[in-house]
Write a protein that binds this ligand. Structure first.
Ligand SMILES: [Zn+2]
Length: 440
């Protein structure tokens, strides 16, 4: 190569570098992030079952057309086989925020020891250290600041007004969550990337009637009505008719739809503000919900499909595609704790010690739930579960009861396998190998 052409090549290289560093999209709206520092929007819908969502093939009602619209975009992916770390809010959200299993993050109690998130590497803290603006709109009262659980750490902005309504189980807060999130986004300064968590509570009981959709059978005359109290649900859960279950599911679906409509609003804003090309969107849940499958309505009681199968939809702008890494376990599926390192990695941030982009060898889930109310003591539950190669094993450590399911034949886990099945010994061995949260 002649000297001149070397010089020309160098000039071209300099020009190209300037283009890629400084030639980012400008749109006049706050929050334009450099290409190397994308914005990250984490949407967590409390109590959201995977199998009630349109992208997961739900046919009964069109619960999530807006989520489906996101899925249809170039750069979106729907993950099948992801599982929650637990079947209730605090350990689940702690895993999302820290990338750790309950054993490591230590959160498994409503009150007292084990009720606080102590890890110093929450997603918000990591983004904050990297000079991101960090915001969260939290609608679950268990994670409000006044509960003292520490979930607000690392956020510059933590709006828990929706969580502090006089009766947090009643009414709908999805619009309030998005109103607050949009207001925060519109105040962002150009050039500073942001990390925003929006936590929705609507699909959590009570199940409200939303007049814009009318999915409950008009001939149904039973006790299930919109907004029926959680005490009433507990009282009736052992004697549900099929019609009661259908009505419950219909109200639950109306709540999901209410959240979906607000997610549509949010996505339209991101598009209008031309933030779509520089914003990573992760949509997931903290756990699911039992709607009478095992004579329970609610969560915490089991580690079965309706509670642990996690919805996970990810939108990564095509320019960042190569930085999104979520590896499937060799035993099949994805663990909830993998979402954290994947989010940091796509934003080119370092992954703190104790977390890894590597997939786990197998999947594990745990619940150790002590209710606060004395009249709820029958809800005290301690269960552990492991999943590998399509086999799901659950152990009740209080009673010694065990269940084994073949997900390839029975994905909803309604038909436990017999004691003769060859999978028992291998799954018991895996359970012995996993690390579990224990009361200290
Ligand atoms: Zn929850």
């Amino acid at each position: 190569m002649s000297q001149l052409s070397v010089k020309l090549s160098l000039c071209w290289l300099l020009f190209a570098t300037l283009l890629s560093c400084g030639g980012r999209e400008q749109d006049g709206v706050g929050g334009v992030a450099p290409a190397s520092k994308p914005n990250v929007l984490l949407i967590v819908v409390d109590t959201l079952r995977q199998d009630h969502l349109t992208p997961y093939g739900y046919q009964q009602h069109e619960t999530t057309p807006e989520l489906q619209r996101l899925v249809d975009e170039d750069g979106a992916e729907v993950y099948f086989g992801a599982v929650a770390s637990s079947s209730w809010t605090k350990p689940g959200v702690a895993t999302l925020f820290t990338g750790l299993d309950p054993r490591q993050h230590g959160v498994m109690r409503l009150l007292g020891p084990g009720s606080q998130l102590r890890d110093e590497h929450t997603l918000a803290q990591e983004f904050s250290r990297a000079d991101y603006a960090t915001g969260c709109v939290m609608s679950n009262f268990l994670l409000s600041r006044k509960m003292g659980a520490g979930f607000e750490r690392g956020f510059d902005f933590y709006d828990d007004r929706a969580a502090n309504h006089p009766n947090p189980h009643r009414g709908s807060t999805a619009k309030e969550v998005v109103d607050s999130g949009l207001q925060w986004l519109k105040q962002r300064q150009p050039g500073q990337p942001w990390f925003l968590v929006l936590h929705f509570f609507d699909p959590h009981a009570s199940f409200e009637d939303h007049p814009d959709v009318d999915w409950v059978d008009s001939d149904y005359q039973g006790w299930v009505v919109g907004g029926v109290s959680t005490d009433m649900l507990r009282q009736k859960e052992k004697s549900l008719s099929m019609a009661d279950r259908e009505a419950l599911a219909a109200y639950y679906d109306e709540e999901i739809h209410a959240v979906d409509m607000q997610i549509g609003r949010l996505n339209r804003y991101l598009k209008e503000a031309q933030l779509g090309s520089q914003t990573v969107i992760v949509f997931t849940a903290d756990h699911g919900e039992e709607l009478g499958e095992r004579k329970h309505i609610g969560h915490t009681q089991s580690l079965c499909a309706e509670l642990v199968d996690l919805p996970l939809v990810v939108y990564v702008p095509p320019s960042l595609k190569s930085r999104w890494q979520l590896a499937e376990s060799a035993a099949g599926g994805f663990a909830m704790k993998q979402i954290y390192p994947a989010i940091l990695n796509v934003a080119a941030l370092p992954i703190p010690e104790g977390r890894s982009l590597a997939a786990p060898e197998f999947l594990s889930m745990q619940v150790d739930f002590v209710p606060v109310r004395k009249d709820h003591l029958e809800k005290y539950v301690q269960k552990r579960a492991v999943r590998s190669h399509g086999i799901h094993y659950v152990l009740d450590t209080r009673t010694g009861e065990e269940w084994l399911y073949d997900l390839t034949q029975d994905p909803k886990m309604l038909h436990p396998l017999s004691s003769q099945h060859p999978g028992w010994s291998q799954m018991r061995a895996l359970l012995g190998k996993a690390q579990w949260w224990e009361e200290r």
